[in-house]
Design a protein. Structure first.
Ligand SMILES: C[S@@+](CC[C@H](N)C(=O)[O-])C[C@H]1O[C@@H](n2cnc3c(N)ncnc32)[C@H](O)[C@@H]1O
Length: 308
């Protein structure tokens, strides 16, 4: 299957990163290389790109997409939480820009056998990194009812989490995404199913986040990323749901205002200094033109900060 993913907020992200020739940039979620391609156009001559992804299929696609820039980039199969070590191994001490385009790619969603989609019947998988042992099968069939309720409520913001968790436990073993969708549909009362998004959307999001530990690693990864930026270097993050956006917003706020002195204290005694300046007061969202050609961009939000 050909790798297809339309990069979101492309021009906006380029403006936020402000790349120029000679820059060294890390694309933490290189995917099919759509953003990376535009970054490379702007940092050459003299620049270099490091592209990281957990998914070897994505890296293969990026390798082809970026072919014309051979020798000016390195692709690494890893989790972006390992960025410090990846850069150290490459002998790079600091970089000019870092991009994180979070979540799954359209390609991962469309590749039926990966089990990300509630629209197609496949085995329960949802691993971004297929070399990882832990999959959606383990979450759905091995978590306690309480744990299932917790992740479906917290990561899916699903009001029927309690009933869905109970129905899952009563219907184990669950082997396929199709079976899981049926269980979720039975758990949600018919009246509540009539409007809004697909009834399985929130639960699938929750299980995917748990399988890939998407939220637990994000805050720490942002702190690490900022430390790798040179003064004036920029970090830009694209999120696709409110839980991710909240973590990014909070991390940027804490890094830009780390003072922990009591409110109202006349002078700062904690001595903590801001590490970044926030450059997007409000998050940047897709234009009407982008929404009309790429409906999957509708929940995208970009935020950026600059190392002081
Ligand atoms: C939305 S896509 C990126 C698309 C890319 N910007 C492009 O233009 O093609 C997100 C990618 O991030 C990868 N990913 C998600 N979390 C990751 C992590 N913690 N470490 C490394 N890669 C990750 C996924 O495998 C996926 O390929």
């Amino acid at each position: 299957m050909e790798f297809s993913h339309t990069p979101v907020l492309l021009q906006e992200v380029m403006d936020l990163l402000g790349c120029s020739p000679g820059n060294v940039v890390v694309d933490c979620t290189v995917g099919g290389g759509g953003h990376a391609y535009e970054i490379l156009k702007r940092i050459l001559p003299g620049g270099y790109l490091i592209g990281i992804d957990r998914d070897p299929n994505a890296l293969n696609a990026a390798e082809k997409r970026l072919e014309e820039f051979a020798n000016h980039f390195t692709l690494v199969h890893s989790n972006y939480i390992n960025m410090e070590r990846i850069l150290e191994d490459l002998g790079i001490k600091e970089v000019d820009g870092i991009l994180m385009d979070l979540g799954v790619s359209s390609h991962q969603l469309d590749e039926k056998e990966r089990g990300f989609s509630y629209m197609q019947d496949a085995s329960l998988d949802m691993r971004m990194d297929p070399t990882q042992a832990f999959s959606a099968y383990n979450v759905v069939n091995e978590y306690s009812q309480n744990e299932l309720r917790r992740i479906i409520r917290n990561y899916g913001e699903e009001r029927w989490a309690d009933r869905i968790a109970g129905f899952i436990v009563d219907n184990r073993p669950v082997e396929t995404t199709g079976q899981l969708v049926d269980i979720i549909k039975r758990a949600i009362p018919a009246g509540a199913r009539r409007s809004g998004p697909h009834p399985a959307k929130r639960t699938f999001q929750a299980i995917r986040i748990e399988v890939n530990q998407e939220l637990s690693q994000l805050g720490e990864s942002i702190e690490k990323a900022v430390k790798m930026l040179r003064p004036g270097g920029r970090l830009c993050i694209i999120t696709f749901h409110s839980l991710e956006d909240r973590i990014v917003k909070r991390a940027f706020r804490d890094l830009s205002n780390p003072c922990i002195c009591p409110t109202g204290a006349p002078i700062c005694t904690c001595g903590r200094k801001p590490e970044v300046k926030i450059i997007t007061g409000r998050p940047v969202t897709p234009s009407a033109a982008e929404l009309s050609i790429n409906p999957r961009s509708r929940s995208a939000k970009a935020r950026a900060c600059e190392r002081i």
